[in-house]
Ligand binder design. Structure first.
Ligand code: UD1
Length: 360
C-alpha cells in the first residue's frame, strides 16, 4: 500500500518520525510505500533540514515550496500545489498531523479528491477560536476519515462532536519520539547558549505564538518577565520572534535572557532534561517537559494537553507579571501516570491503516 504523509512545519517533522521508522521495520519490508510530501511551510535550515538529519527521516518525495504568507495565502498555496501531487500519487491513505496550515490544506485537498484521510493527534481542543491552530484542528477532524487520538479526553471530545465512529485511540505519536530520543541523548552534554553552563541552574524557554509575539507591548512584557527570572534563561529564538524583535527594536540580550538559535530535536530533548524548568507557549514542549520529568510554565490562557496541568507538572501563566512566581513553585512528586501512551503509537497507526477498509 502507499501512504502519503503531509508535513511542512517543525512539529510535523517530529510527529512523522516514528511512522518513518515503523514503515522501515524488517517485518514490513516492501509492504508499505511511504512518501513524504513537504509543503515548504517551514524552509529555514534550522526549522526544517536539521530535523530530517537528526531524526533520520528519508528525503521528502515531493517538495511543494509553499513558503510563508498570511494564513489564507499560505493555506491556499499548499492546497493548490498539493492537489496534482495527490492525483499523481493516488495513495491509499493521506496522513496529516496536528494543527498547522499544512495539516488543514493537506486534509482538504485529499478529501475533495475522495482520498482517505487519517488525522494523527486528533481531538485536541483549546476552545480558543482566536488561535489559527484551533480552527485548523477542528476542520481537519471533521474532514478526516480516521481520527487517531492521543488520549481519553481527545476521544471523548470527538464523540461529543459526533465523530466517535471515526476514532481510533492509539496514544501520542510525539511521546514515542521523545522516549526514543531521551534514551539516545541521556549521556550527551547539552548544547546551551553562550552564558549558560550545564552544571548551573537554568531555564529553557521558547516563545512564538501569534498571541504572544504579534503585539509589541505584550512581547516586550514577556521578554522583561523572562529577563527578570532567578536563573539564566536559554531562549531558543523562532524566526517569528527574531523578526518581531528586530522590527520593534526589542533587545534579546538583557538580564537573565541568553538567546540562541533553535535546536534540533535531540539537542532540544537534552537541553530540557538538564533544565530546572521550561517556559513556553509551544504545545509540544509542554508535553515533552512532562514526559522528561521537568516542570513547565505555559505562557498561555489554556492548554490542549490538560493532563500535564492535572498531574501538577504544568502551570498556565497568561500574565507576564506572574511568571517569576510561577516558575518558582514547588516541583510535584514523581508520577508514573502515562496519559499519552507508552510509545507504540506508530505501530498501532500502521496496523489500523493496513487493516481498515477504505472509507466509502
Ligand atoms: C506554525 C504552526 C504552529 C507551530 C509552529 C512551530 C500554523 C498555523 N502554526 O507556526 O502551530 O507551533 O509552526 O514552529 O501552521 N519563518 C521563517 N522561516 C521558516 C518558517 C517561518 O522565517 O522556516 C517565519 C516567517 O516570517 C513566517 C513566520 O516565521 O511568516 C511564521 O511561520 P509560520 O509557519 O507561518 O507559523 P509558525 O509561527 O511557525
Amino acid at each position: 500500500m502507499r501512504i502519503v504523509s503531509v508535513v511542512g512545519a517543525r512539529p510535523e517533522f517530529i510527529q512523522v518520525a516514528p511512522l518513518c521508522w515503523a514503515v522501515a521495520a524488517p517485518e514490513l519490508a516492501g509492504e508499505v510505500e511511504h512518501v513524504l510530501v513537504h509543503t515548504g511551510q517551514h524552509y529555514d535550515r534550522l526549522m526544517s533540514d536539521v530535523f530530517f538529519r537528526s531524526l533520520c527521516l528519508p528525503e521528502p518525495g515531493v517538495m511543494l515550496g509553499a513558503g510563508s504568507g498570511s494564513h489564507g495565502a499560505q493555506t491556499g498555496a499548499i492546497l493548490a500545489a498539493i492537489e496534482p501531487v495527490l492525483l499523481d500519487l493516488a495513495p491509499d491513505w493521506v496522513v496529516v498531523f496536528g494543527d498547522t496550515n499544512s495539516t488543514i490544506a493537506g486534509a482538504l485537498a485529499a478529501v475533495k479528491l475522495h482520498l482517505p484521510v487519517a488525522h494523527v493527534e486528533a481531538g485536541l481542543r483549546s476552545f480558543n477560536r482566536a488561535m489559527p491552530e484551533e480552527i485548523n484542528r477542528i476542520l481537519t477532524d471533521h474532514a478526516a476519515d480516521v481520527l487517531f487520538t492521543p488520549t481519553d479526553g481527545a476521544s471523548a471530545r470527538l464523540a461529543v462532536e459526533g465523530l466517535g465512529h471515526r476514532v481510533r485511540q492509539v496514544g501520542d505519536i510525539k511521546t514515542e519520539v521523545t522516549y526514543v530520543v531521551r534514551d539516545q541523548v541521556r549521556d550527551q552534554a547539552p548544547v546551551l547558549p553562550d552564558g549558560v553552563t550545564p552544571d548551573e541552574r537554568y531555564y529553557l524557554a521558547t516563545l512564538h505564538r501569534a498571541e504572544n509575539t504579534d503585539d509589541p507591548d505584550r512581547l516586550a512584557a514577556w521578554l522583561e518577565a523572562m529577563a527578570g527570572l532567578d536563573a539564566p534563561v536559554a531562549l531558543l529564538v523562532h524566526p517569528r520572534l527574531r523578526d518581531h524583535c528586530a522590527r520593534w527594536g526589542l533587545d534579546l540580550h538583557r538580564g537573565a535572557l541568553r538567546p540562541a538559535e533553535p535546536l534540533d530535536y535531540p539537542e532540544m530533548v537534552r537541553a530540557v532534561m538538564g533544565s530546572a524548568g521550561v517556559v513556553t507557549d509551544s504545545g509540544g514542549l509542554q508535553k515533552e517537559a512532562f514526559l522528561l520529568g521537568v516542570p513547565c510554565t505555559t505562557v498561555r490562557t489554556e492548554t490542549e494537553w490538560t493532563e500535564t496541568v492535572d498531574l501538577g507538572w504544568n502551570a498556565l501563566c497568561p500574565k507576564p507579571s506572574d511568571l517569576a512566581g510561577a516558575v518558582c513553585r514547588p516541583v510535584p512528586p514523581p508520577s508514573d501516570a502515562a496519559p499519552y501512551g507508552r510509545g507504540d503509537t506508530a505501530r498501532r497507526i500502521l496496523d489500523v491503516l493496513r487493516g481498515e477498509p477504505r472509507p466509502s
